[in-house]
Design a protein around this ligand. Structure first.
Ligand code: SAM
Ligand code: SF4
Length: 366
């Protein structure tokens, strides 16, 4: 959604997250999370922790990262208060909990039930690696969780181990089954393909997802890893994904409007009689090669309570200290509006002088 307030048009070429141009004044009548390019954020990603029990090579280093001290992370009360401000005062309609690994928060069920009880009720979803989901899917659904995205890059134990550096494939698959059984359907599966590691598995992953009624999304790898291993010349692009699937599946663009969603959806048509029962959809998230920045509706809150207007931001606006110093809801809402007003036009990945943010995906909240 964009609003016209006489604001500067989106430039044809995204100027990159590092560019800090002088900001025009923010219109006083804008109550929501409007930015200077006319976009309005209604989709909030909340990182509940920076800790994780996997070490996916495209995200965390093998040795892990220093964890945020407990007193620096927002408490359940603080999260619910801040999300409440977003929902009541700032027009947020969708809240997705992520991390790090959000299932590592013992108070996750409490947080979800309190956020699902907010008025107006937001849509509440979770992005997870599904380790421990088998035990908690039912209580999360009962608490008000609407949807779940599970990250799964391989159906083979050895490849799963190579990507995540942990031998937990069975636990992830059990978590996916439990989510489906708890009615968190359709379960969305997020897969990142890495060249020479799991890219050959693309058709098998799609067949498995369709067979089981899950919705698969392939995500282009982005430069948000700790090892700085992202290689512009060799990561698997959306076009590569379509090529990898082509022997087994034809894809046609789905008719529904994209409506701000990161994934471009395709209807899947099996090419071989043996696959005739495999009908459904697949999504491809081409954040790098086909950026959707000019329709971005996202705002992010890190585990320590800082607003990031973009995954690739080099700046953040801390809410935690103000909150702990007694700031009112209005003060916090105003800080948040200011942070979003400064949102860059685009992530700038195409710029030759693009600079990767210091924080990894696990520390931002993907
Ligand atoms: N631990 C949870 C999980 O893996 O689902 C939630 C956090 S994780 C950072 C959220 C999503 O970000 C996952 O689907 C993961 O595949 C994706 N992700 C992490 N690093 C990425 C990268 N460098 N490029 C693209 N996607 C990435
Ligand atoms: Fe953990 Fe998710 Fe990052 Fe993998 S992608 S290391 S599961 S935070």
């Amino acid at each position: 959604m964009t609003v016209s307030l006489g604001l500067p048009a989106m430039p044809g070429r995204a100027p990159g997250a590092t560019v800090d141009t002088a900001l025009p004044p923010r219109p006083a009548e804008a109550t929501g999370l409007l930015d200077r390019f006319g976009r309005v954020a209604t989709d909030l990603r909340v990182s509940l922790t920076d800790k994780c029990n996997l070490r996916c090579t495209y995200c965390m280093p093998a040795e892990g990262l220093p964890a945020l001290p407990r007193d620096q992370a927002l408490s359940a009360d603080e999260i619910v208060r801040v999300v409440g401000i977003a929902v009541r005062d700032l027009g947020v309609r969708q809240v997705r909990f992520t991390g790090g690994e959000p299932l590592l928060r013992r108070d996750l069920v409490e947080i979800i039930s309190r956020v699902a009880a907010l008025e107006p009720r937001p849509e509440v979803s979770l992005t997870t690696n599904a380790i421990g989901l088998a035990e908690r899917a039912r209580s999360l659904a009962d608490a008000g969780l609407d949807r779940v995205n599970v990250s799964l890059d391989s159906l083979h134990a050895a490849t799963f181990m190579q990507v995540t550096r942990r031998p937990f494939l069975d636990r992830v698959l059990a978590g996916v089954d439990a989510a489906a059984a708890a009615g968190l359907t359709p379960v969305k599966i997020n897969a990142v393909l890495l060249p020479g590691v799991n890219d050959h598995e693309a058709p098998e992953l799609l067949a498995w997802a369709l067979q089981n009624g899950h919705e698969l999304r392939f995500i282009e790898q982005m430069p948000l890893d700790a090892d700085r291993s992202w290689d512009r010349a060799s990561f698997i692009t959306a076009r590569d994904v379509r090529g990898l699937l082509a022997d087994r599946f034809d894809l046609t663009t789905a008719v529904e409007p994209r409506d701000g969603a990161p994934a471009e959806l395709f209807d899947v048509h099996p090419r071989h009689a043996a696959d005739a029962h495999l009908a459904g959809r697949v999504g491809i998230i081409a954040s790098v090669t086909e950026p959707f920045c000019d329709d971005c509706r996202r705002t992010r809150l890190t585990a320590e309570g800082s607003v990031r207007s973009c995954l690739f931001s080099h700046t953040e606006t801390g809410l935690r200290d103000a909150l702990r110093d007694g700031a009112s809801d209005d003060d916090l809402a105003e800080l948040w509006r200011g942070a979003m007003w400064a949102k860059p036009a685009g992530h700038g990945l195409a710029d030759p002088d693009f600079v990767q943010p210091d924080r990894t995906m696990s520390a931002i909240g993907g």
